[in-house]
Design a protein around this ligand. Structure first.
Ligand SMILES: Cc1cc2nc3c(=O)[nH]c(=O)nc-3n(C[C@H](O)[C@H](O)[C@H](O)COP(=O)(O)O)c2cc1C
Ligand code: SF4
Length: 349
């Protein structure tokens, strides 16, 4: 999001000119909410409003007011005006305005991808082919066989961009994406994860330590020992002795999806973005696989965070292995039967 000073500079770009009422309102709202704004300092409430409305274009339909979740816009004398000092920057107003009178400067214009053609046309509810959507969803499988073919950086960046079309709590978009774009880098991360699990397994195989920790700090190490110790030991042996990659399955790239811990729901945001990336990867001809073991190692090992240049205050919530798939399925995924519950909320007790 741009800062307050660039917001002030943006007034020159407005179609209505720098003296238009909405520009004055925008700037004065910022100044009121944050006297430091002119010094280049930012406070959330002031910097958040980057919405501009051209009064010459506005025809007063009120649609933008109707969809604005933060009440940033209101109607005055038959025209929409920015009156709030807080905006979620969701862009609903800009997307609904029938005459293109609104622009939310904080958003990246235009939305483009390098490896696919996209346009801004909104798809009305019910108009997408659900069968095709579900086919894509069911055809995405966790890929554990990859070709020895690198993935272009532009494609990986497209995936990140597509990831950010996911919803995020209070539209904070405080997610972060770290790209490893070569097999060599994936191996470096793999070796670090292996080092972490070697250490963990050495701890877990000590009966006295599991017992001691259970007495004083809970049974987490015991649970790890019962559930994962043996399979991890086997995986590490295969890696160390034969170079068999049971962690990343030979993937040639990875996207680490993280978030600032200060966000309202960083993990949920990161995982929603991840699902978008998984689906888009399939559509781009790539195989993908979430690697939970790598997430655990990164979360608990500061040395790995340092190597990956993950700053303080950030956490990694998903590691997505990627590459061109060396496997083809005949049929789409099946799942276990699920029976939803209907609680009897309307029955009197
Ligand atoms: C949070 C999470 C972590 C996962 N971690 C791993 C992993 O470390 N290694 C792996 O091979 N697969 C991992 N998977 C993939 C699951 O095993 C896979 O999604 C599941 O078996 C269903 O298969 P499908 O993805 O092909 O539909 C993970 C999946 C999720 C959602
Ligand atoms: S949606 Fe556009 S035309 Fe309608 S009130 Fe808002 S700014 Fe004016």
């Amino acid at each position: 999001m741009q800062n307050c000073s660039s917001l002030a500079a943006d007034k020159g770009r407005l179609r209505a000119g720098k003296d238009s009422p909405e520009v004055r309102m925008l700037i004065s709202a910022n100044a009121r909410a944050n006297p430091a704004a002119g010094n280049g300092e930012c406070a959330r409430s002031s910097c958040s409003v980057t919405t501009t409305i051209d009064p010459d274009f506005c025809m007063g339909c009120g649609l933008c007011v109707q969809v604005c979740p933060a009440r940033t816009i209101s109607m005055q004398d038959g025209k929409a005006v920015v009156t709030g000092t807080y905006s979620m920057g969701c862009g609903h107003c800009e997307a609904i305005c029938p005459v293109d009178a609104i622009r939310v400067e904080a958003l990246e214009h235009p939305f483009t991808l390098s490896a696919a053609e996209v346009d801004d046309r909104w798809l009305p509810h019910g108009e997408h082919d659900t069968g095709q959507l579900v086919r894509l969803m069911r055809s995405r499988r966790s890929c554990r066989n990859y070709k020895d073919r690198e993935v272009d950086r532009m494609v990986l960046e497209d995936l990140v961009k597509i990831g950010t079309t996911a919803p995020s709590g209070t539209n904070s978009q405080l997610w972060t994406f770290t790209i490893l774009d070569s097999r060599k880098e994936v191996i470096i991360l793999g070796e670090q994860v292996a080092r972490f699990f070697h250490k963990l397994n050495r701890m877990a195989e000590k009966t006295w330590l599991r017992f001691f920790l259970k007495m004083f700090a809970g049974d987490a190490l015991g649970k790890y020992y019962r559930r994962y110790y043996e399979s991890i030991r086997e995986g590490l042996l295969l890696w160390d002795r034969k170079g068999v990659d049971t962690l990343f399955h030979g993937a040639v790239a990875a996207i680490l999806v993280g978030g600032r811990k200060s966000a309202s729901s960083p993990m949920e945001d990161g995982l929603l973005a991840s699902q978008n990336i998984l689906l888009a990867a399939h559509s781009y001809g790539l195989g993908s696989c979430m690697i939970g073991f790598a997430v655990e190692a990164i979360k608990r090992d500061r040395q790995i965070q340092t190597i990956l240049q993950i700053p303080e205050g950030e956490s990694v919530y998903a590691v997505i292995a990627l590459g061109y798939p060396a496997e083809k399925y005949k049929k789409a995924a099946l799942r276990r039967k699920i029976v939803p519950r209907y609680p009897s909320l309307l029955k009197k007790s």
